[in-house]
Design a protein around this ligand. Structure first.
Ligand code: GLU
Length: 468
């Protein structure tokens, strides 16, 4: 594994994995795999009040579902920020010893009053630097920022972004209670984990000059940065819950296929000509962070569903069966113990669904008998004539050998000819009888997959309903 590329995904476990976070993880993962580098997972849980174990597990599970495997990270100890406090203390001491950081004992009320005054003047609050040269040995630890000049962040997506030092202030590295701040932990971790490229959301761009100055103070090389634009809702505001489902888990629960989710996410901001569908291998080969667009990308649910449909169509029955079982259970339907038959059933449905939820819904009739018949069709087909035809069909199918789709079709064709009917008349009648609906996968296949016993039960039940 090359050491030249080491990237990380650093979620805060304060909620589930948002699609924006998932896309950041994916871009990092692809970048690492493309360059033969390492993908590291770090849990940024310093915000103790909002971080939970449950959220952390949900994030890991979502990453596994997307098959974004990490080379370093949990459950190996040491990849959670709360496990790394000693390291932050050591780096803080280094900065103090080098004169790059200083203690400040300004009372919070005073700072708050200054902040309010700045706001009243419509200015951004900047710490005055009052404690810079007081030589204090306790209090909050602040980074000494050069007063003049500027820091240029050379962003791989946005190009050079200039931040005037006048706009920054001596930010706090460690609070007076000894807890390190978020920006400081990120820098220390990225140094310690030898991160070469920081690929993250655009919302962190404004933190970057502060962090760059901290790397310099620590005398460490600055990594390369790439800030990925935000994902937007249809109204072009930042995608949030009010736009509907935004967590990866919610899409998984809706039955979107993971490969569709990956393919969808990668195209939010990245493109390769006008190709829409990519295999994992193609993505790894073609992905380059430099091709990621600087502008925001609008989340388009219809396209995600279209992709999911495309992937469903291409998925074989065995995998469909494995994926569909939890959805069958959740729909309160029985799971067939015969997996091969279940697989064959699901294969007949995959053209008809965009998600696994829809797949199961489209195939409900395989798992339970019809609870009723579509009224209009019942009026047309479940008549006295219909009852007679069903009776003949039952008799014919009782002894048919073998009970295959082909043989069933042959038998129905013969019967059609005998009765001087059209094939569609008997086929629709049988369809209504076994599925309760007028649309289903090819009916002879459905009958064969249900099996003789079940198919006959349903045909007999419909005959009774017709005779009434
Ligand atoms: N923990 C931060 C977040 O979840 C990411 C910070 C970073 O990537 O530098 O937004």
């Amino acid at each position: 594994m090359s050491d030249a590329v080491r990237v990380r995904f650093a979620p805060s476990p304060t909620g589930h994995l948002h699609v924006g976070g998932a896309r950041t993880a994916l871009f990092n993962w692809l970048f690492a795999r493309h360059h033969g580098g390492a993908f590291i997972l770090r849990i940024e849980d310093t915000d103790r009040s909002r971080s939970t174990e449950e959220n952390e597990q949900a994030i890991l599970e979502a990453l596994r579902w997307l098959e974004l495997d990490w080379d370093e990270g949990p459950p190996t100890p040491g990849y959670r920020q709360t496990e790394r406090l000693e390291l932050y203390c050591a780096r803080a001491a280094q900065l103090v010893a080098a004169g790059r950081a200083y203690y400040c004992d300004c009372p919070p009320e005073q700072l708050e009053a200054e902040r309010k005054a700045a706001e009243a003047r419509k200015e951004t609050f900047r710490y005055s630097g009052r404690c810079r040269d007081r030589g204090l040995t306790a209090g909050a630890l602040r980074l000494r920022i050069p007063e003049d000049g500027s820091t240029i962040v050379h962003d791989l997506i946005h190009g050079p972004v200039v931040f005037e030092h006048r706009q920054l202030d001596d930010w706090i590295l460690v609070r007076s209670d000894g807890t390190p701040t978020y920006n400081f932990c990120v820098v220390v971790d990225d140094v310690d984990m030898r991160i070469s490229h920081v690929i993250r959301g655009n919302d962190h761009l404004s933190n970057t000059p502060k962090q760059v100055l901290c790397y310099e103070a620590l005398d460490f090389p600055v990594p390369q940065f790439a800030h990925v634009s935000m994902i937007l809702g249809p109204d072009r505001s930042r995608l949030s819950k009010r736009h509907g489902a935004t967590s990866v888990q919610a899409f998984r629960d809706e039955g979107i296929l993971p490969e569709a989710m990956v393919n969808y996410l990668v195209r939010l901001g990245w493109s390769h000509g006008d190709q829409e569908i990519f295999t994992r291998r193609e993505l790894i080969e073609r992905f380059d962070i430099k091709d990621v667009a600087a502008s925001g990308a609008v989340f388009d649910r219809t396209k995600l569903e279209w992709l999911s449909h495309e992937y469903l169509k291409a998925t074989d029955g065995a995998r469909l069966a494995a994926m569909a079982v939890p959805f069958i259970e959740r729909a309160g339907l029985p799971v067939l113990p015969d997996r091969a038959r279940l697989a064959a059933m699901l294969e007949t449905l995959r053209e008809r669904a965009r998600t696994l939820v829809e797949l199961v819904e489209a195939g409900r009739f395989y798992f339970e008998r019809p609870r009723g018949y579509e009224p209009k069709a019942a009026e047309k087909y479940l008549t006295a004539d219909g009852a007679r035809r069903l009776e003949l069909l039952v008799r014919r199918l009782e002894t048919l050998e073998p009970f295959t789709a082909e043989a069933i079709e042959g038998a129905v064709r013969e019967l059609t000819a005998q009765l001087s009917l059209k094939l569609v008349d008997l086929a629709q009648l049988a369809r209504l009888a076994v599925t309760g609906r007028t649309a289903s996968p090819p009916i002879f296949q459905v009958l064969a997959l249900l099996g003789r016993e079940e198919a006959l039960e349903r045909l007999r039940a419909a005959r009774l309903a017709a005779a009434r």
